[in-house]
Ligand binder design. Structure first.
Ligand SMILES: Cc1cc2nc3c(=O)[nH]c(=O)nc-3n(C[C@H](O)[C@H](O)[C@H](O)COP(=O)(O)OP(=O)(O)OC[C@H]3O[C@@H](n4cnc5c(N)ncnc54)[C@H](O)[C@@H]3O)c2cc1C
Length: 300
């Protein structure tokens, strides 16, 4: 399939892009990595009259680590963030999740900001933003605003972005000490969108017992669903082998999975139970002070 006809714009500065987007209003669509938009155009599921390509705006291509966390510009590719050593040190969950996003060739082109704006409920990076309580910086010609993850995702493939707005960057805050994270999911094939999955964070107290646990789920709700699981695992020893299934059961009661051609709702709910236990255990292990040899790896 070929895309429908459109007028192509290629601004070279943010100011120029905002000017073009202001003129076009709802008729303009931003093109970043194109890894979601181009297939939609080719299948004629989207027919925007104007595309505003931001790939020639170098000021948007950055990953910056500061005292508060990691700031990712709108032109930073998934692969750049995945490989960024400073970003991994500051927020390990970024790499743990990005390893599960599609295939390397797609990560070389697709952007993390684009993935978040696209707001696919099965995508990994919106869940990471939701779990960490991150923010998105939005700009329009006459206004700038910063929106928290809890207000950003409105529904499947729907964010709060308004016509004429450009997402400039996302900010992923780092987590407190003695906190470990994990991203665990099940997909039909490696690189496919997950049938169900979750990003998890576990914080330990001074006795290395669970003080706080929460997770953000993909594939089982219209938006990334954040669930506080602390009540189910408070006081569990991170070093012990005690089962984490209670947290899985709590999560099962919170999610709203739907059936599709890939899986029934019951199967997705079952996965939530199993994957939650696995993710919390992994995150708790990573929160322990002595790193194990495979702390940089995730188990898909
Ligand atoms: C085969 C395949 C498998 C995939 N598997 C996965 C997967 O397992 N997990 C996953 O998370 N993703 C997956 N993806 C999607 C991939 O991560 C995309 O790169 C991502 O969803 C969109 O990023 P992009 O930069 O390509 O955005 P684009 O495709 O360019 O844009 C996507 C949408 O976001 C808007 N947009 C993008 N950037 C901005 C901006 N700065 N400001 C305003 N609007 C903007 C566009 O207008 C468009 O509506 C897959 C893609 C393919 C082709």
């Amino acid at each position: 399939m070929k895309p429908p006809p459109f007028t192509y714009h290629a601004p070279t500065t943010v100011g120029e892009a905002l000017g073009v987007l202001a003129e076009l209003g709802p008729e303009g669509k931003v093109l970043a990595g194109g890894q979601s938009l181009i297939p939609l155009l080719n299948m004629r599921l989207a027919v925007p009259p104007h595309l505003v390509d931001i790939n020639r705006i170098p000021e948007l291509a950055y990953v910056r680590v500061d005292a508060g966390g990691v700031r990712v510009g709108a032109l930073a590719r998934h692969a750049e963030l995945e490989r960024h050593a400073g970003a991994y040190q500051a927020v390990p969950l970024l790499r743990q999740a990005l390893q599960l996003v599609a295939h390397p060739v797609i990560r070389n082109r697709g952007t993390t900001v684009g993935s978040i704006v696209h707001a696919d409920p099965a995508a990994e990076m919106p869940a990471v933003l939701a779990l960490l309580g991150g923010t998105v910086e939005l700009a329009r010609k006459d206004r700038r605003r910063t929106v928290g993850a809890a207000d950003f995702f409105l529904g499947p493939l729907e964010s709060c972005l308004e016509p004429g707005e450009l997402a400039l960057a996302v900010h992923f805050p780092h987590l407190p000490g003695r906190t470990g994270t994990a991203f665990v999911e099940l997909a039909r094939r490696h690189g496919d969108y997950a049938l169900a999955g979750l990003a998890a964070a576990v914080t330990l107290d001074e006795d290395l017992r669970v003080a706080h646990a929460r997770a953000a789920y993909v594939g089982v709700a219209p938006v990334p669903l954040v669930v506080d699981l602390t009540d189910a695992v408070r006081g569990v020893s991170a070093a012990g082998e005690r089962s984490w299934t209670l947290a899985g059961r709590l999560a099962q009661s919170e999610v709203q999975p739907e059936a599709d051609i890939h899986a029934t709702a019951e199967y997705r709910r079952h996965l939530v139970g199993v994957l939650t236990a696995r993710a919390l255990h992994q995150a708790a292990q990573r929160a322990l002070p002595e790193p194990g040899p495979d702390r940089t790896e995730t188990t898909p």
